[in-house]
Design a protein around this ligand. Structure first.
Ligand code: UDP
Length: 312
């Protein structure tokens, strides 16, 4: 297939391009580098089946030739990034998604969008199942991301219902691995960077809030399976192994051998208290579940951050 991927220079986007090329597809990659980085795609320069276009998908664009599939992964995704770019985040989820859906319609292509566990907000149902409608503050600081993705889901369903576009919606839970940005503020790169530099680990609140971390190769496999499926309604993709942030800090200290102390900082506004995907649907519909053990994923991620030139 010839597949257009937006957000291709991002963390998940670049790994997804690798997977598509590995499966023998041709990739037309789009990114405007708002939060993605050229180094994530540098290894693909000159690849016969890979083409990169510096494109902001909120602006009009055309793609020459046939397209079999459009994959919309473009968006700031870390709280620090979307809080720094709230309007761009709302624009890419709305205008950007609309342009990618129009492209799919024009070309007769399938369409996959990466949505998010943030659709559930600060959830009152635990673990989160796809038919839970969520508990989102529509005017809080995180709303630029949450509502943008909720709108993107609604638009995707409207294109499917109105125009019959073959759409898929992935609700991505916390994902980690190589090519995360060291300074994107998320807990995985933040704690690893702090531990490798012997600085204190900055735990927000009392650290009792929970997250469930999925290794990026597992996430990409779930996305790939979903892209090939006929499931039109959202599917949770994430690792159901849940831990508190304080427990996570302990794992990072043990794993890196760092002597870093733990310091507590204020909990960000509307920070979800608990998060764990119910992946029964992904298991049943996609035959998918995460396979990479936490220790192995962490080792690969720590190795990546240790070797980053910017850290030397
Ligand atoms: N967090 C933390 N210390 C940090 C960064 C994040 O304790 O230096 C917490 C954050 O408050 C949240 C959890 O870790 O409860 C996960 O945050 P992250 O930004 O990675 O992603 P989120 O799941 O909130 O989108």
């Amino acid at each position: 297939m010839r597949i257009v991927v937006s957000g291709a220079a991002g963390f998940i986007g670049s790994h997804f391009c690798d997977r598509l090329l590995g499966e023998g597809h041709t990739v037309v990659a789009l990114d405007n580098f708002l939060t993605g980085h050229p180094r994530n795609l540098a290894h693909l320069a000159g690849h016969a089946h890979f083409q990169f276009l510096d494109q902001d998908i909120t602006r009009p664009f055309t793609i020459e030739g046939t397209v079999d599939c459009t994959v919309n992964l473009a968006s700031p995704a870390s709280p620090r990034d979307y809080l720094a770019h709230p309007i761009e985040t709302l624009d890419v989820g709305s205008l950007g998604t609309h342009r990618m859906l129009s492209l799919a319609l024009e070309k007769g292509a399938r369409f996959l969008i990466s949505s998010t566990s943030e659709c559930y907000g600060d959830p009152q149902v635990h673990p989160q199942v796809e038919d839970y409608w969520g508990n989102v503050n529509p005017v809080g600081p995180r709303s630029c991301y949450d509502e943008s993705k909720r709108f993107a889901e609604a638009l995707t369903m409207a294109y499917h219902r109105t125009h019959g576009v073959r759409t898929n919606i992935a609700r991505i839970f916390n994902t980690y691995g190589p090519r995360m940005k060291l300074d994107d503020g998320r807990v995985v790169p933040a704690f690893i960077d702090q531990a490798l530099n012997g600085r204190p680990l900055t735990v927000s609140g009392d650290g009792s809030q929970t997250r469930s971390f999925c290794y990026v190769a597992d996430m990409v496999d779930g996305l790939y399976r979903l892209m090939l499926s006929d499931e039109r309604y959202p599917v949770n993709l994430g690792n159901p192994v849940e831990m508190t942030i304080l427990e996570f800090a302990g794992h990072i200290r043990r794993f890196t051998g760092a002597a870093s102390e733990i310091v507590f900082q204020p909990l960000p506004e509307d920070d979800p208290k608990q998060r764990r995907p119910d992946i029964s649907k992904a298991r049943a519909v996609l035959g998918w579940e995460p396979r990479v053990p936490f220790e192995e994923g962490l080792r690969l991620t720590v190795d990546y951050f240790r070797a980053l030139p910017s850290r030397r």
